[in-house]
Design a binder for this molecule. Structure first.
Ligand code: E4P
Length: 217
């Protein structure tokens, strides 16, 4: 499963990328607001750090305006993925932009039918939002599993990009049900390394080592 990082925090992206943990980046208008930076400037900097797909989201609501914004964003770098909302206009823009060779991430997906439409419109990625479904008492992971089954039934090549990941359990479940990609905030990716038994085991080893009085270097 590929790891995308869901942030425009350049320092965090750089740190995780140096560790080989970043296969791509996703942003959205709320993330750009949080960064306090100009969308073009910050996206350009992210693309200079990360080789994989970097999603930048349009804000127009009508298809021809989405296409114009998408093309402007795609000028930033060759690894830009144009992010479009899962609306009828977004699907129209997806069809045109993928037809012209751009990568497209169709976002704000909350149903299997929406994912089916995105695949038929040629999306490179579909972004089902797990956490936001869990927030309203639906099981976001069931949606990932349903989309996996549907895409496999018909051989759709659209990649399932599990989004709105809030917990480390979400990451495990995504890997188990076969999401192609998951995108999570840096803090969730860091938490994947944590385990209380690792901490307890290390503390014991340090205590015993001190008693040996030895040094390695
Ligand atoms: C994905 O592309 C979105 O940017 C993101 O995962 C949304 O997550 P949230 O529901 O935590 O805002």
């Amino acid at each position: 499963m590929k790891f995308f990082v869901d942030t425009a925090d350049v320092a965090a992206i750089r740190e995780l990328n140096d560790l080989g943990m970043v296969d791509g980046v996703t942003t959205n208008p709320s993330i750009i607001l949080k960064s306090g930076r100009d969308i073009i400037d910050v996206t350009k900097e992210i693309c200079s750090i990360v080789d994989g797909p970097v999603s930048a989201e349009v804000v127009a609501l009508e298809s021809s305006a989405m296409i114009a914004e998408g093309k402007r964003l795609a000028e930033i770098a060759p690894n830009i993925t144009i992010k479009l909302p899962l609306t009828w206009d977004g699907l129209k823009a997806c069809k045109v932009l993928t037809g012209e060779g751009h990568m497209v991430n169709v976002t704000l997906c909350f149903s299997a039918n929406q994912a089916l439409l995105a695949a038929k419109a040629g999306a490179t990625f579909i972004s089902p939002f797990i956490g936001r479904l869990d927030d309203i008492n639906f099981d976001g992971m069931d949606l990932i599993a349903d989309i996996r089954q549907i895409y496999d039934n018909y051989g759709f090549e659209t990649q399932i990009l599990a989004a709105s990941i809030r917990t480390v359990n979400h990451v495990t479940q995504c890997a188990l049900v076969g999401a192609d990609v998951m995108t999570a905030p840096p803090e969730v990716i860091r938490k994947l390394a944590q385990h209380p038994l690792t901490d307890a085991g290390l503390a014991q080893f340090m205590k015993d080592w001190e008693k040996t009085g030895q040094k390695i270097v």
